[in-house]
Design a protein around this ligand. Structure first.
Ligand code: BG6
Length: 498
């Protein structure tokens, strides 16, 4: 496979695969996602030399703005993301790729001629990125189609969340599929673009050591935690209708679960990986109301201290100060198949927790018989740290040196990314945007995956409703509600790091 040469830079960049010339239209081009993620990601790929000359980035939104205005908007976004690495001369070059088209894509009377005029017939890849509310996806796809802008090589990118339950997800999928074939639809879950999440597959399938112990015979349980220290970040309107279960578990945590538990795919090609992931979703144990009451916890943060600073409680961040929305969820589930039967999978995510920390912990079983008498031995544990301080630690038992009896310690074999690699980690969106242009669907969700995840989540929500499961308070800056620790204690276990 051809790889591009590295430009000389202080920080080495990772190798990359060249992509075809492309034009990307970002609907919602002036929104938060474009500002925080998409424009900075495209700028970075351009800086690293991956964006072919002649490619174009066209922002589109209702906002009445000209191209100069959009360039100024994009500059602020990219400058903020680049910090000290900012070079004005680079920006001047990159800015030539940018264009803007004011358009209400959902207005049936809107005139699409100008946008059409900006798109070239000779550019091989055309991408429509829908960074808008999911409620608008079908309408926008319909309008793009009626404007005659869909070529066989056009791709559409849909941001999460695809719907708010199974029915609305099906409606969106059905609607979008009326205009695009499944192979043209890229449903983003940005966790799949994270370096460490991709490393999960390498760790599992490029190391012979893992597979023999990656199953019910050797694994006691698995924990997946995605903890955030941030609160609502100005997204109260969206978040209060969504909550942690829909916002994080339906997509990011279930995707992590799938990659941890799936069978080895035959290849890394799009459908091989996705087919293995859906088998995991289909094997997830369904919740009855009684099981949900026992095996899940809903929490909501109150005021507290995060990283030494006082922060407001969730309700104080809302306009009307009332809500039953969960900002924390802990769930115990099982995967009902031969590999995992009887192995609990504990999932946990929350906002305003003590620190930002995502990890997957594979807790192995103790040795079957200890020959060390009274010396305490612990079971092996593999901790995959997804962010921050990315790395993998395998806790093994070793003899503490010195006389006076045999003492055994559990210490990690530590594989830290920072200590081993000096390359910059690209943001997940950089990888995913270039995968869209390359036509590589492997890291995007297929329709059936999204729907299977919603089916499972819907059942849990119904169970919560039936049992009227209330949110339990936890102080901002803590590890979540007490019941989350109690759920583990009941199984004689503890959350890792607590
Ligand atoms: C988004 C959620 O999908 O992921 C946010 O909507 C959350 O609520 C974010 O903060 C977390 O992403 P990351 O990459 O910061 O872990």
């Amino acid at each position: 496979m051809k790889r591009c040469a590295q430009p000389e830079e202080d920080i080495p960049i990772a190798e990359f695969i060249p992509v075809d010339l492309f034009e990307i239209v970002i609907f919602g081009g002036t929104g938060d996602l474009s500002q925080r993620k998409l424009l900075p990601a495209l700028f970075h790929r351009w800086k690293d030399g991956q964006v072919p000359e002649g490619s174009r980035i066209i922002g589109s939104a209702r906002t009445d703005m000209d191209t100069d205005g959009y360039v100024a908007f994009a500059k602020e976004a990219c400058q903020r993301a680049q910090g000290e690495d900012w070079k004005e001369s680079e920006w001047t070059e990159f800015a030539k790729l940018l264009d803007y088209q004011a358009l209400d894509a959902t207005d049936p009377k809107a005139d699409w001629k100008e946008l059409k005029g900006k798109l070239s017939k000779n550019v091989p890849v055309r991408v429509f990125y829908l960074a808008t509310s999911p409620r608008l996806y079908v309408e926008i796809c319909g309008a793009v189609s009626r404007a005659g802008l869909i070529t066989p090589d056009t791709r559409v990118v849909l941001e999460k969340p695809i719907g708010t339950n199974l029915a609305s997800a099906q409606e969106i999928n059905e609607g979008v599929c009326a205009y695009f074939d499944e192979h043209q639809i890229y449903r983003i879950d940005h966790y799949l673009g994270k370096e460490t999440v991709q490393n999960l597959m390498v760790l599992r399938f490029a190391n012979l050591l893992m597979e023999p112990v990656w199953n019910r015979a050797a694994v006691d349980h698995v924990q997946i935690t995605v903890a955030e220290d941030l609160g609502l970040e100005g997204r109260a309107g969206y978040y209060d209708r969504s909550g942690a279960l829909r916002d994080m578990v339906q997509n990011h945590l279930l995707q992590l679960l799938c990659l941890t538990a799936m069978e080895p795919p035959a290849t890394l090609e799009g459908d091989d990986v996705r087919t293995e992931k859906i088998k995991v979703l289909q094997a997830l144990r369904r919740f009855t109301p009684a099981m949900a009451e026992k095996n899940s916890v809903r929490g909501q943060y109150t005021a507290g201290m995060v990283k030494g600073k006082p922060v407001k409680g969730y309700l104080e961040e809302l306009e009307d100060g009332q809500s039953d929305t969960e900002t924390f969820v802990a769930i115990k589930t099982e995967i009902e198949n031969w590999r995992w039967a009887g192995v609990p999978f504990y999932l946990r995510t929350g906002k305003r927790m003590a620190s930002r920390r995502s990890d997957i912990v594979i807790q192995f079983k103790p040795v079957p018989h200890s020959i060390f008498g009274d010396s305490e031995t612990q079971a092996n544990r593999l901790v995959i740290r997804l962010q921050p301080d990315e790395g993998v630690r395998l806790f093994v038992q070793i003899k503490e040196p010195g006389p006076g009896g045999l003492r055994i310690k559990s210490l990690p074999l530590n594989l830290s990314y920072a200590e081993n690699f000096t390359v910059r980690y690209p943001d997940a969106y950089e990888r995913l945007l270039m995968d869209v242009v390359r036509g590589n669907l492997a890291l995007f969700m297929r329709r059936d995956e999204v729907e299977a995840a919603w089916a499972w989540i819907d059942e849990l929500i119904e169970a919560w409703e039936e049992k009227e499961l209330q949110v339990e308070s936890y102080a901002a800056g803590s590890d979540g509600p007490v019941s989350s620790a109690v759920m583990m204690e009941r199984d004689s276990r503890k959350w890792w790091g607590q």
